[in-house]
Design a protein around this ligand. Structure first.
Ligand code: TXA
Ligand code: MG
Length: 529
């Protein structure tokens, strides 16, 4: 079939609008822009035309379609009756991204309702959609104009990619504003029930309807054998070819996860401003604070990921507030319900003698997995490790004993002899420590509610980037002095030397998020939780 493309940017292009409307009236298929996504329209009262929609999309027959109207009064012939709450909803949110389900009248063919006794109706606000429906003079059945299973189309190009040669016409009306399909609410139940979240939020519905129910399938996978209130919810949906994963975490933990598992072919879908901090290629889907923007971009970036040849896509989990619920609902289906949780990572640091270890113990008691970087630092210089080879190259063969074990004293003498040497040491050891810490976190992410990375040089190392919040432990100088002398059996002079070689307390406090004073009294972790 030769698919004709019309560019209709506004409702004044009467000639083209009438031409497309006539095709539709005649039982042909045309993709049209709406404010949500592009729809694949046919005359809703013509069963054969409707049947062709299912063929073009490869859509399961039992998945009913939404009937689109251009004026409120057009609803009357389509339903058994129009209840007051439907009128009130329409008054407030039509035309717009809202679909209502009501008991159907006899003129609705079974092809449209998928054999159900109800029908879904919506009045789009897109001026071109509205003009085409009006000119056609018949209600239009229109599912999203994608091949079944793929992300819904939000640009004419997406429709061209999926439908070229399969339908009579594609109307290019620019990019869709909302970006996800309409909110679907059934008024055929009491209380009304949200079946699919969209541009109209649950709160907005409740402002008119009072308390509504939210179908469990909105956020969770249907149990095997369960009957879907909305048949569309049982199918795999919106999936690009790439494997999609939702990563539920703060940004710092997301980074840790991606840096640990990222491979060639992987993409990270993040929020604006995060791109430069992620090592694998990224695609942003808008500001973290704007679910509207995320909704608008979501399907498009999923298609982009395929164009880029992504094999896996890791998506920063959106908030489920407001329109965010719709974003999450589409994403979780695109991800086939694969959700990866990465708990929060805290940093733990402070000057020598401040008593980090005591705080670490308190954190462990709360179930937090504490990673002591001193121990990690010893792990990475075990006999035969690549770090030993690098250290030998930098500081000479005699930093190891003849049996290959590290000679700590010899290394310390060389590495701490000048600031320059210390830098060289850190450049060799820090990345190895970071890698091992990261691995421990990601290996244990399903077992602990949070992690704490205990590191004296936290602020100087890359580990800092993986910490969502840092805890700085402080203590009075004379107390620290006493502790060091006792702990390491050294003289006061040596202890002072150590204290003075570190940055002052203010440095730590200015960089930390939570300051915990540890002069020997009770440790207060309240700020952390
Ligand atoms: O924004 C939209 O609603 C777009 C544009 C084109 O208007 N259309 C759209 O249609 O998303 P579609 O077919 O992709 O999704 C319709 C959804 C499906 O999940 C379907 O199962 C549900 O609405 N639905 C339709 N009629 C229903 C009914 N009588 N009872 C329960 N669910 C119904
Ligand atoms: Mg669809």
């Amino acid at each position: 079939m030769n698919t004709r493309i019309y560019e209709i940017k506004d409702k004044n292009n009467k000639k083209d609008i009438d031409e497309v409307a006539e095709l539709l009236r005649d039982g042909k298929l045309a993709a049209i822009p709406t404010e949500t996504v592009y729809g694949l329209a046919a005359n809703a009262l013509n069963p054969e035309a409707v049947a062709n929609i299912f063929k073009a999309k490869g859509r399961p027959q039992d998945n009913p379609l939404i009937v689109h109207i251009s004026e409120f009064d057009e609803i009357y012939p389509l339903v058994k009756e129009v209840p007051e709450n439907a009128k009130a909803l329409a008054e407030k949110y039509w035309p717009g991204p809202l679909t209502m389900i009501l008991p159907k009248s006899d003129i609705i063919p079974n092809e449209v309702s998928g054999g159900l006794s109800t029908v879904a109706i919506r009045m789009p606000s897109h001026p071109v959609a509205n003009a085409i429906i009006k000119s056609a003079g018949v209600p239009l059945a229109a599912p999203s104009a994608n091949s079944s299973g793929l992300p819904s189309p939000t640009k004419a190009q997406h429709v061209i990619d999926d439908m070229m040669g399969k339908i009579e016409a594609i109307v290019d009306g620019g990019e869709c504003d909302v970006g996800v399909e309409s909110t679907v609410v059934t008024l055929a139940t009491n209380p009304p029930r949200l079946l699919r979240p969209g541009g109209i939020t649950p709160k907005q519905l409740e402002s008119v309807l009072g308390k509504i129910e939210i179908d469990p399938a909105v956020t969770d996978k249907l149990k095997d054998g369960a009957v879907a209130a909305s048949p569309g919810m049982k199918y795999k949906h919106y999936s690009p070819k790439a494997e999609v994963y939702i990563v539920k975490s703060c940004f710092a933990s997301f980074r840790c996860f991606i840096d640990e598992i990222g491979e060639d072919g992987d993409y990270a879908v993040c929020f604006d401003g995060e791109e430069d901090f992620i090592k694998i290629p990224t695609i942003s889907y808008g500001k973290e604070s704007s679910p509207e923007e995320q909704a608008q971009k979501l399907f498009s970036i999923l298609r982009d990921a395929d164009k880029l040849g992504a094999s896996r896509v890791f998506v920063r989990c959106p908030s489920t507030e407001g329109v965010g619920l719709a974003v999450y609902n589409r994403l979780i289906r695109a991800a086939a319900f694969r959700v990866i949780n990465v708990p929060e990572i805290f940093g733990l640091t402070g000057q020598t003698g401040a008593g980090k270890t005591t705080v670490a113990l308190e954190l462990s008691k709360k179930g937090i997995y504490v990673i002591d970087c001193d121990i990690t630092a010893r792990e990475i210089v075990k006999k035969g490790s690549p770090v030993i080879d690098k250290l030998k190259k930098a500081f000479g063969e005699d930093i190891v004993f003849t049996d290959g074990e590290l000679n700590r004293k010899a290394l310390a003498q060389k590495a701490f002899s000048t600031k320059e040497n210390e830098k060289i040491l850190n450049k060799i050891t820090h990345p190895a420590i970071t890698k091992l810490v990261r691995k421990q976190i990601i290996d244990n992410k399903d077992k602990y509610p949070a992690f704490a990375v205990d590191a004296a040089l936290l602020f100087e190392s890359e580990l800092y980037d993986y910490c969502n919040k840092t805890i700085v432990v402080t203590a009075d100088k004379d107390i620290r002095l006493k502790r060091i002398i006792q702990r390491d059996s050294i003289t006061e002079e040596e202890a002072l030397l150590r204290i003075n070689s570190q940055p002052d307390e203010q440095y730590y406090i200015s960089k930390g998020d939570i300051v915990i004073e540890n002069n020997g009294g009770e440790i207060n972790l309240a700020d952390l939780f």
